[in-house]
Ligand binder design. Structure first.
Ligand code: NAD
Ligand code: SAH
Length: 419
């Protein structure tokens, strides 16, 4: 079996981590149990580019138990791989190409190993796998039954591919499931971003001025948790007037980044956009400002500007780089500007990934069940799958809800019944 991980000696430790995640992912475990008997994915070859974490491990095992013949996994970020989990997965028969701290060349080499495995269905987080297939392996694209996409920016990239008429296979935008973005992007990132910032710095949030760039699903969660941890001021920056207004009505200050730059202690980007914090902002920042990214890739904080303003830099704690500016101020960049929650901590907690990855699992099954029937477009996950995940999650938490009566069902469908 071909694979490439840091060290197989870490496998036992990785297995314990995966066991912990399994104990906190009841919905995915239920699907795994149900489909490991009927094996609806029998013979399927799956290629995935996801963060190699204990939660992803539970998804990979579920796909394999449901009959997938070959499951190949590469990292969706050069710094987010949990090396012990990667080793454990190899012992479970998953072909992993991932290690923490890979170079850009190695990152794409690993993605290419996934493509080379001739997958029938491809799972991606961020769009690098889909882009690689469409850029360099169009011959293989025709044989692909379909794909899935885990995150907002990946969906935006795929919609651009679709708009240009170039998308070669159907893709389910898992991110667009309600049981994904409402929970994962908001509560998951809200908590795990601070987990990352705290593990890296151990600073006190109470009394600080926290600036959150972007008030989408991720930004909302981060702003909410910043307030909960006692930040003195939580400032939001936006480009969308509706989202900006929502932030104001949610009780946050809104202002342009150039103003926020002067007062912030901690800056967190969550936009999916590039150069949201750049030279003109860095020039205004206080000595000791901390910069972290929870959005996409390492482009939201424009690192070339930080480099050009600096006389030198040094790593002062794991995941904390101090940039010494020419005028003597210091700016601290966390996790090299990559996702702070996955690089400096362990990503979202298992309870949240339970829903995201139950959606991934059901999306793979849906694509396989409907093979040959779907055109090459980006689809939202079917609502019935979304509701199934929500019901199973409620059940796992022993929470019951009401049912519509017959009369209520009719009333809600009718236009004739007024006051
Ligand atoms: P979203 O589209 O709901 O929100 C993004 C917001 O950023 C929008 O409101 C947009 O108007 C705003 N924005 C864009 N450019 C801006 C700028 N220059 N300044 C200020 N605001 C700007 O997306 P989302 O679901 O919140 O996701 C945001 C990013 O986080 C995406 O890249 C997504 O892939 C990523 N993400 C990360 C994690 C994680 O684990 N760290 C989890 C989920 C999503
Ligand atoms: N690959 C890009 C894309 C952003 S990743 C990058 O590295 O910049 C954002 C995604 O990570 C989210 O949509 C979320 O579902 C996923 N994620 C967060 N915590 C995770 C975890 N514990 N395990 C696996 N994936 C996780």
């Amino acid at each position: 079996m071909e694979y490439r991980v840091k060290s197989m000696e870490l496998a036992e430790q990785g297995k314990l981590k995966i066991e912990w995640a399994e104990n906190h992912m009841p919905v995915l475990m239920l699907l795994r149990k149900k489909y490991s008997e009927s094996k609806p994915l029998r013979g399927l070859r799956i290629g995935a580019v996801l963060h190699v974490t204990k939660e992803t491990a539970v998804l990979m095992k579920a796909l394999k138990d449901a009959g997938a013949e070959d499951v190949v996994l590469a990292a969706s970020n050069p710094l987010s791989t949990q090396d012990d989990v990667a080793a454990a997965l190899v012992e479970y028969g998953i072909r992993v190409y991932a290690w923490r701290g890979m170079s850009s060349e190695e990152y794409y080499w690993c993605i290419n190993q996934v493509v080379r495995s001739n997958p029938d269905i491809v799972l991606d987080d961020g769009g690098d796998l889909h882009a690689t297939i469409h850029r360099e392996h169009l011959d293989l694209a025709d044989k692909i039954i379909g794909g899935t996409e885990e995150t907002t920016t990946g969906v935006i990239r795929l919609k651009a591919l679709e708009r240009d008429g170039l998308l070669k296979y159907p893709v389910i935008a898992v991110n667009n499931a309600y049981t994904k973005h409402l929970f994962d992007n908001r509560y998951g990132t809200g908590q795990s971003t601070f987990d990352g910032i705290l593990r890296a710095t151990n600073i006190l949030i109470a009394g600080k001025v926290v600036v959150v760039a972007g008030y989408g699903w991720v930004g909302r969660g981060i702003a909410m948790r910043a307030r909960g941890l006692g930040a003195r001021r939580v400032i939001v920056t936006e480009v969308d007037p509706v989202r900006a207004l929502e932030a104001v009505f949610d009780g946050f200050e809104v202002m342009p980044m150039i103003e926020a730059a002067k007062v912030g202690d901690i800056f967190i980007t969550a936009t999916g956009d590039k150069a949201v914090i750049r030279k003109e902002h860095m020039e205004k920042m206080k000595d000791g400002a901390i910069l972290a990214n929870a959005g996409h890739f390492n482009v939201e904080i424009w690192i070339p500007d930080l480099e050009s303003l600096s006389a030198g830099k040094r790593l002062i704690r794991p995941n904390v780089t101090e940039y010494k500016l020419r005028d003597g101020r210091r700016i601290y960049l966390l996790a090299e500007g990559r996702l702070v929650n996955l690089v400096a901590a362990e990503g979202h907690p298992s309870e949240v990934m339970d829903m995201s990855f139950a959606n991934q699992f059901l999306a793979v099954k849906y694509l396989y069940d409907n093979r040959g029937k779907l055109p090459p477009k980006v689809f939202n996950p079917p609502l019935e799958l979304d509701e199934r995940v929500a019901r199973l999650k409620l059940e796992s938490m022993n929470i019951e809800i009401d049912k519509l009566t017959k009369e209520q069902e009719e009333y809600l469908k009718s236009w004739t019944l007024g006051t």
